[in-house]
Design a protein around this ligand. Sequence first.
Ligand code: F6P
Length: 320
Amino acid sequence: MQRIAVLTSGGDSPGMNAAVRAVVRKAIYHGLEVIGIKRGFSGFIEADMWPMDLSSVADIIHRGGTILRTARSEEFKTPEGRGKAFANVQRFGIQGLVVIGGDGSFRGADIFNTEYNLPVIGVPGTIDNDIIGTEYSIGFDTAINTVVDAINKIRDTATSHERTFILEVMGRESGYIALMAGLAGGAESILVPELRYGIDEVCEKLIHGYKRGKLHSIIIIAEGAGSGLDVGKQISEKIGLETKVTILGHLQRGGTPTAFDRILASRMGAKAVEILVEGYRKHMVGMIADKIVASPLDASFKGKKAIDLDIYNLANILSI
Ligand code: F6P
């Protein structure tokens, strides 16, 4: 193997740059040439790519976003689009591809490998932490720290006004951001798509809290579990409590990556190159029990990552 390529795809996540840096520098360490593909699979199709050297990834380890840019390519979902990408594989002599992104990007890489036999390695980069095969994805830690920071700030005003706040967070169909930020932020209720919740139960908890002297309440809802505005309306209608709703949105995707995310990204990016060199053809890297391990790429998107029920129950007990 002489030349590999790297791209970032799907929603950006803090730490992707640290992963790109690790891929490029570890590949050069192994004597490989690296091509950087811009705008994910869109740039793959359009030949938007250029050679990367050691200094092309200097001064990026601390930056959010991705210097390679990213996209969600509709064209790559078509055989014609993938055919154009393969023409570029041949044109540029690419012998292996590292895809940094989420499960949608891994799905695309998996099909491409099946059709054209190009070795592909996935590096999980998404704030959602919804990928099977890894306990953490790159960007999740930074995102939950951003949410916890927001909870801290909202708590100040919630206490001062003795108000009920609802905070809607990202996560697509996953409740991981809500769950972990909710535990770390001491939220009274955590609503996630993986578990059914009843508005009566949420209201009872609110009333119980206020009766025992709580000055405020914070409810955190994952976007996949419903709308924060709807929940606020239902609470007001049921128990006449005024609620304030904050939708955090895309600010959860930005910002300087935490040390945890930089370390994770550096280890995962380096491991991706290592296993490419060793001859793995369709795998992803993941962190299990603090070790970076390889697992089959298709296992990452067949099925849904389960929520950690022990953590959910603990958060409930502690927020009483
Ligand atoms: O997958 C990351 C994520 O931020 C999800 O949490 C969210 O649902 C989605 O991307 C938003 O996507 P877009 O930036 O395309 O609106």
